[in-house]
Design a binder for this molecule. Structure first.
Ligand code: PLP
Length: 284
């Protein structure tokens, strides 16, 4: 039986009840974070905490608890559910109120929900096989750096990719790749440079992206933060993605174009190994 957190209480999941008037349900008026757990400890907790505050601020929502209370809640969820490896999902909504486009009065209690998902992260078979990607128009709103629960379009894009025999979609806006449906995207050029989209409203500022770029620097790779086209990606030597739930995963084909020799590339493999090494060292 899974124990979840809801508004100050730890409860069996079937007892966690949320009002149908919750603005998370009616307006997708909510933000979220996903933090990974390895060896029962949290990876990059402070990065997720900082981004949560930023997302809440951009939507003019309050911060419902302080860092130490949030950390303690995450740790309790890990221990109460016996999670060795997996994810913690956290969602904060503007709370429940009669349906109105205007925000509810100040002081309306926010809804805070969190749950665990046990999942093998280190031994991921996709790390050995690699992912097939297709590109899909990026029809999301313009504030993709706010981690809101409006995930319908990424979900449709993922299904469109699956319908075309791929594992995931890379989204394209104005002829340039923004990011994956739930991950940041990278290519490696013929002269060995790692290219990833620069930070702006067009992409989520991935916590894993930041860690991966630090790994790349430590390993001595050359890095460029700039936009790239689907055509440049199709002709890249290799490509990969990053996210809290996947760490680093190699991409072996884009729009049917095989990258390199069709096997996971050495840069992706080296970065995945380094990311896991550092995560083990720094998880709290
Ligand atoms: N981009 C999008 C659209 C995402 O949804 C995610 C994660 O869910 C990421 C990037 C990767 O972010 P992070 O590394 O913080 O998990």
């Amino acid at each position: 039986m899974r124990v979840v957190y809801l508004n100050g209480s730890f409860l069996p999941e079937e007892e966690a009840l949320i009002s149908p008037f919750d603005r998370g349900f009616l307006f997708a008026d909510a933000v979220y974070e996903v933090t990974s757990v390895i060896e029962g400890r949290l990876i990059d907790f402070d990065g997720h905490w900082e981004r949560l505050q930023r997302s809440l601020g951009m939507l003019k929502m309050g911060v419902p608890m302080d860092r130490d209370t949030l950390l303690d809640m995450h740790r309790q969820l890990v221990s109460r559910n016996g999670i060795d490896e997996g994810l913690i999902y956290l969602q904060v909504t503007r709370g429940a109120a009669d349906r109105d486009f205007a925000f509810p009065p100040e002081g309306t209690p926010q809804t805070v929900f969190a749950m665990t998902q046990a999942k093998g992260l280190i031994d991921n078979p996709v790390a050995k096989k690699g992912m097939k990607i297709v590109t899909v128009d990026d029809l999301r709103w313009d504030l993709c750096d706010v981690k809101t629960v409006q995930l319908l379009y990424p979900s449709l894009a993922k299904m469109a990719a699956k319908g075309r025999g791929a594992d995931d979609a890379w989204l394209v806006r104005d002829g340039l790749v923004t990011e994956g449906t739930s991950n940041n995207t990278y290519i490696v050029t013929d002269d060995g440079e790692i290219v990833t989209r620069d930070l702006s409203h067009a992409i989520l500022h991935g916590i894993t992206r930041k860690a991966v770029l630090a790994c790349a620097e430590r390993l001595g790779y050359r890095l460029v933060e700039r936009a790239f086209t689907p055509e440049e990606a199709e002709g890249a030597r290799e490509a990969f993605i990053s996210s809290a739930g996947t760490f680093v995963l190699p991409v072996v084909s884009i729009n049917g174009h095989t990258l390199g020799n069709g096997a996971p590339g050495p840069v992706a493999e080296a970065l995945r190994a380094e990311y896991i090494r550092v995560a083990r060292e720094t998880a709290i």
